[in-house]
Every structure is written in structure tokens, then in C-alpha cells.
Design a protein around this ligand. Structure first.
Ligand code: FES
Ligand SMILES: [Fe+2]
Length: 358
């Protein structure tokens, strides 16, 4: 029997940026489920199963008429709740004619979707992603749709930033990341990795943003919310100005954001942003930071993209080889344990074999 799918279904996942969902039909696959999204005339987003009740043609190949979707094959019409409201050449409508309607909610400039049991979907449990609101923090991100790797590889990637030294040498990488101690704390649904690098030469990216000579204290405080949201509070301040004690006023502070959404077992959607709370009106800086992350293969996240997909290819070719864990993986292991616990809860307490248990 194939392994059960490695993603919890009873959770909110980012399905799109709000600005991507309008009066066109947008197809997405989330947790192996094909979904069509659109915006109703009153502005609310609808998310329906992307397979017509009649002969399963994807509804995303049809068209939007008012608040309803018209199937592109034989013209069945479905409203935003998934109920069929029209059948060609017959007056009575089979009451069972409906497609699944997924709970959706917009928050923090993203559309969040609940692929699991709708009765459990409480918008109050949408992850905190307020840094992405575009108010106190600014930045323009994007999405790697269909990134060809298990979404948990991206969790590993972001929960352990020692990889910066090797993958991102020349921009944010620095040997001090390897030498500085870090601390991992956790609650039931969150894990936090905190690392301070005291009195170091700033790496080029941060030296440019700080715009002051001299050595710095650098922080990386990475916060994971199960199952797939990560916010990394990162920055530098001149050494001796009190940043480790809580006064960051002389420094510069950014936050990297990731809302990770499984697409299939071996692919995912990686909604990312890098926001900052300084020089907020500087649009040129916003564009430069965006380009620093994704830029036709040359950005920091492009570098991760190459590593993540190569890693997945190696896993596919060596499916039974385990992962071994180092101290640096402590944050990622907590994140994976939380994901495993969610999976176990959905499977009635059955144990989930996991790389986190190695
Ligand atoms: S497949 Fe949709 S109406 Fe026939
Ligand atoms: Fe990276």
C-alpha cells in the first residue's frame, strides 16, 4: 500500500495571493486536490472542486457567469457553494448534483484554503502572517508554484540557516552562522530557533542595508507555525548599541516569510516575501530586495530552488535511504514532529513513520 499522503488536511494553507484571484477561473492543486478559485461579484472568494459532477471536466476550463461557474463541456452551472443550479435540456435538477466547496478566507494579502473537514475550519486559526499586510512592514514577494519538492524540505531549509554559508555565500552567508550557538523553543504548534551572532563583519546584503561602517550584532529568530508557515525575524545592528538587549533602534530589521502549501507528495507552492520596517517608502529598495531573492535564477531563493529540487530528485532515486540528523536540524525536527502529530491526529492516532524520528 502506498504511504499515506505526508500532509495534514485539517489546516489552513495559502492557495494564492489575493491579487491573483479575480473574475477569472484560477486552477490550483492543494494537498493533491484540484480546486478552482474565483471572486464573486461581492468580492468574496469561492473555491470549488475542479471536476464537474457530470463527466469530471475541470470546471476551470469553463467560464464564470455572474457568481456561478458554467462547465465548458455540457453547460452544467454551479454556484459558489458548489450546488448545481442548471442542467441542460431538463427541468429538474438532481439534488445530489454538487461539487465540493472548500472553506476559504482572505487574510494578510493571501487566500487561505482548508482542504480537510469543513466542519473544523475556523478562520480564527489562520496562521499569523501579519508581516505580510503591507502596513507596518513592506515588501513584495511572489510564489514558486509547483516547486518540485516535498514541502517539508522547504521547512527544513528555512528552519536551519546554516545553509546560507554554503548556498548563499556572497550575499547573506557568513561563517559566523556556523560558529554561533542557537536555541530552540517550542509550544504545541510553534517552534522558534534563535541565533545571535555578536560582533561580526556584516555580510554584503546586510552591510548595504545598514549603510554604516563597522562590526555588527546579527540576529536570526525563525518562527514556525504548524503546518507550513515560517516567519524569520532577521537583522543587524552596530555592535554595542544594545540590540541583543532589545534596542534595535540603530539597526535594520527584516522578516522573511514563507507560506508553504503541499501540491502533491513531491511538489509544493512556496509563497514567499521579504519585508522590512525601515525605508518603507523606498520603492526602488523594495524592487531591489525582491530581485535579490528571485531574479531569473540569480536570486537567493533561486539558489534554494536548485538545491531543493535536486534534493527531491535524489530522494526519488534513493527512496529508502534515511535522513541523518545533526544538531543544526533541531528546529526542523520540532517542525516535523508537529506535522507528524497533526497527521497522527487525522489518522485516529496511528503512528506516522517519520524521518524526524531517526
Ligand atoms: S462534464 Fe460538465 S457538464 Fe458535462
Ligand atoms: Fe536559503
Amino acid at each position: 500500500m502506498p504511504d499515506p499522503k505526508p500532509f495534514p488536511l485539517d489546516a489552513w494553507y495559502a492557495a494564492a495571493w489575493s491579487h491573483e484571484i479575480g473574475r477569472d477561473l484560477a486552477a490550483r492543486t492543494v494537498c493533491g486536490k484540484d480546486i478552482v478559485l474565483y471572486r464573486r461579484t461581492d468580492g468574496r472568494v469561492a473555491a470549488l472542486e475542479d471536476a464537474c459532477w457530470h463527466r469530471l471536466l475541470p470546471l476551470s476550463l469553463g467560464r464564470l457567469e455572474g457568481d456561478q461557474v458554467v462547465c465548458g463541456y455540457h453547460g452544467l452551472v454551479f454556484n459558489g457553494d458548489g450546488r448545481c443550479t442548471f442542467m441542460p435540456a431538463q427541468k429538474t435538477i438532481n439534488p445530489s448534483a454538487c461539487v465540493h466547496a472548500y472553506p476559504v478566507a482572505e487574510r494578510h494579502r493571501l487566500v487561505w484554503l482548508w482542504p480537510g473537514d469543513p466542519a473544523l475550519a475556523d478562520p480564527a486559526t489562520i496562521p499569523d502572517f501579519h508581516w505580510n499586510d503591507g502596513t507596518e512592514w513592506v515588501g513584495e514577494g511572489g510564489t514558486f508554484y509547483g516547486l518540485r519538492c516535498d514541502w517539508r524540505l522547504v521547512v527544513d531549509n528555512l528552519m536551519d540557516l546554516t545553509h546560507e554559508t554554503y548556498v548563499h555565500a556572497g550575499s547573506i552567508g557568513h561563517d559566523a552562522i556556523l560558529e554561533s550557538p542557537f536555541e530552540v523553543t517550542h509550544t504545541d504548534r510553534t517552534a522558534t530557533v534563535t541565533r545571535w551572532m555578536i560582533d561580526i563583519e556584516p555580510p554584503p546584503f546586510w552591510a548595504g542595508l545598514l549603510g554604516k561602517p563597522g562590526r555588527v550584532d546579527r540576529w536570526q529568530i525563525i518562527h514556525f507555525q504548524a503546518p507550513g508557515v515560517i516567519a524569520g525575524d532577521v537583522g543587524v545592528a552596530p555592535t554595542g548599541t544594545g540590540a541583543p538587549q532589545g534596542d534595535r533602534s540603530q539597526g535594520v530589521n527584516g522578516c522573511f516569510l514563507a507560506a508553504l502549501t503541499p501540491e502533491t507528495e513531491t511538489s509544493c507552492h512556496y509563497h514567499w516575501n521579504f519585508v522590512r520596517n525601515f525605508r518603507r517608502d523606498d520603492d526602488a529598495l523594495t524592487r531591489a530586495i525582491q530581485k535579490g531573492h528571485v531574479n531569473e535564477g540569480k536570486g537567493v531563493y533561486d539558489q534554494d530552488h536548485v538545491v531543493l529540487e535536486a534534493q527531491q530528485r535524489a530522494i526519488d532515486r534513493n527512496p529508502r535511504m534515511p535522513f541523518y540528523n545533526l544538531n543544526i536540524d533541531a528546529g526542523a525536527l520540532w517542525a516535523r514532529r508537529m506535522i507528524d502529530r497533526m497527521l497522527e491526529a487525522e489518522r485516529g492516532g496511528r503512528h506516522v513513520p517519520s524521518q524526524a524520528a531517526e
